[in-house]
Design a binder for this molecule. Structure first.
Ligand SMILES: [Zn+2]
Length: 565
């Protein structure tokens, strides 16, 4: 989702800030956040057949979801099946094989007691009928739910956002990122003359006798449940085609009617963005479903094949530049950031919210790559280095597993800077591009654990660097590595401190002249001969996100003083 950063320039927690106390979680958190619990593990979703009628007049919805699944293992005891739907919504009934199914409720989780046989390999459908007034989004897109609003002409405008919170805030499903259907129907009924734009392609439009219209959208690829969205209002439509890596890619743009001209001015950026990301990440993952931008009344969300856009048709991020360099004002943050999630977030989806860095760190990093595509490599580096001002180092980037917990907001700028740092270690841009493309190819349309991403990068980075400690340091602690050094005559002494045991990340420094040379510091002090005009001429490559501390006794500028690289 959009970067939920409170940017406080040039302040951050000290590198030695203590780890915060562990958070406590409830049984409800486990029911929501674990994908290995008995009522979830035995079945794999293959298709969601979602039909919902939406009534802006009283902020209510009513509908059903046909959940088709494959039995992957024999349920250990009675086959209970967990279906999630959040209060205050009510399940009216559940049906399987033409028979009503008995269920019990525990908070936001429903447990269906299935009576027909469930044999491994079977394909079965459980249809869940429901209704109610869904939770209203308190702070979309970060705290989601339904947004019932009007556009500036007073016409109804209804959208949903639910990443993190969960898709079960408005429709019954297996609410975990770990299990995606292979395809999904999204058939939404709205009062005339509202027009709904959801995910995938529009298969049919049916005008009902009661003054409503049903819009049947269909996604032919695996899709994460939080990407499924309502986008209903008074939209204008125009389209374009991109000659992409896999052929023609349809681009469809859905601004509000009175924003058509603004959209025609702003949305061409989508083309250069898609070309840049296909170059760095590989083919757009959803040619069959197309690419869309849909105007919404919040900042935006990475809804798969239907990116939600609310950035006021202006460059920057709602008028700001998260990097402080000015470069962020040269392109539209929401078009770039949210669309990057089509690769990292939607193509590669993490099974557990604790690993959300795989979505947000790469999306933050993609902002720098897009800057590089437009203005060159130095500009890209300046941008990502600039975003460091948003890093807090308050707590680790990885959250707690199994309880739908997300880690520090540092997953955006710190994660992006970790990836930029790893690019320096790899030291070969074509190889680095091969890693980014290889990730999208290897984990194409899959859900993963973050460890798989770390291991893939580690295996392909080469150079003898053990990246596992690098990932541990930046993702699992809130401490920044400190490069401590002293210079006595022609001898440089140096080591890492404030690091995980065994941390040995290579680093580029000036040993002679102004050229950077790769050295391999460890926790132990080492020495190297330097040939510099003065000790003050020593530099650490600022592309590495580390702290630098000169501990030369009585060094000019102060022994023990901390410098920014
Ligand atoms: Zn994001």
């Amino acid at each position: 989702m959009a970067a939920a950063l409170l940017v406080v320039p040039f302040t951050r927690a000290p590198a030695q800030s203590p780890q915060p106390a562990p958070r406590t979680f409830t049984r409800a958190d486990t029911l929501r956040g674990s994908f290995t619990t008995p009522a979830r593990a035995w079945w794999d979703v293959t298709f969601y057949d979602l039909h919902v009628a939406i009534s802006p007049a009283d902020s209510s919805i009513r509908g059903y979801n046909g959940i088709t699944y494959r039995v992957v293992e024999i349920p250990s005891t009675l086959p209970e099946m967990q279906v999630d739907l959040m209060v205050p919504l009510e399940v009216d009934s559940m049906v399987q094989d033409g028979r009503a199914v008995i269920f019990r409720r525990e908070g936001n989780a429903f447990f269906a007691s299935l009576v027909t046989p469930q044999a491994p390999g079977d394909r079965k459908t459980l249809t869940v009928y429901y209704h109610g007034k869904p939770q209203v989004a308190k702070r979309p897109p970060w705290q989601g739910g339904f947004t019932w609003t009007t556009d500036s002409l007073g016409r109804p405008w209804v959208v949903t956002t639910d990443q993190g919170m969960g898709a079960s805030v408005w429709w019954p499903n297996k609410d975990t990122q770990a299990d995606e259907p292979d395809s999904q129907r999204v058939a939404l009924t709205l009062p005339n003359p509202m027009l709904d734009v959801s995910n995938g392609r529009l298969r049919s439009t049916t005008h009902n006798p009661d003054g409503t219209t049903t819009f049947e959208w269909f996604v032919v690829n695996p899709i994460n449940n939080y990407a499924i969205a309502v986008g209903a209002g008074s939209y204008e439509h125009y389209s374009d085609v991109l000659a992409g890596e896999r052929g023609p890619l349809t681009l469809d743009f859905w601004p509000l009617t009175y924003h058509l001209e603004a959209a025609r001015r702003q949305f061409p950026q989508a083309k250069s963005m898609l070309q840049c990301f296909e170059h760095w990440f590989g083919p757009y993952p959803w040619y069959e479903d197309g690419y869309k931008l849909i105007e919404v009344p919040n900042s935006g969300m990475e809804h798969q094949s239907a990116v939600a856009y609310g950035n006021w048709y202006a460059n920057g991020y709602r008028g700001r530049d998260l990097s402080g360099t000015g470069l962020g004002m040269k392109w539209d943050f929401i078009i770039v950031h949210e669309s990057a999630h089509e690769w990292f977030g939607n193509n590669i989806t993490t099974k557990d919210l604790a690993d959300m860095w795989v979505h947000e760190s790469f999306a933050n990093y993609a902002e720098n790559l897009y800057t590089e595509c437009l203005f060159g490599k130095q500009a890209g580096a300046d941008y990502v280095i600039g975003t460091r001002r948003g890093i807090r180092n308050d707590r680790p980037i990885i959250g707690t597993y199994g309880v739908n917990d997300q880690g520090s907001g540092d997953m955006y700028p710190k994660g992006g800077n970790m990836l930029h740092t790893i690019r320096q270690i790899v030291g070969d841009d074509e190889k680095w591009r091969g890693i980014l493309r290889g990730l999208n190819q290897t984990f194409w349309h899959q859900t993963v654990m973050g460890r798989q991403i770390e291991e893939y990068i580690g295996q392909h980075a080469g150079g003898g660097a053990d990246l596992s400690k690098v990932f541990d340091q930046y993702l699992r602690t809130n401490r920044i590595p400190v490069f401590e050094y002293k210079i006595a005559g022609a001898t440089l002494s140096y080591h890492w401190t404030n690091v995980e045991p065994g941390f040995d990340m290579p680093l580029k420094v000036t040993l002679a002249g102004s050229e950077f040379t790769l050295i391999h510091p460890t926790e132990q002090w080492q020495t190297k001969a330097v040939s510099l005009p003065s000790a003050a001429a020593f530099r650490v490559d600022p592309n590495f996100y580390v702290d630098v501390r000169n501990v030369t006794p009585a060094a000019p500028g102060g022994g023990g003083a901390k410098e920014r690289p």
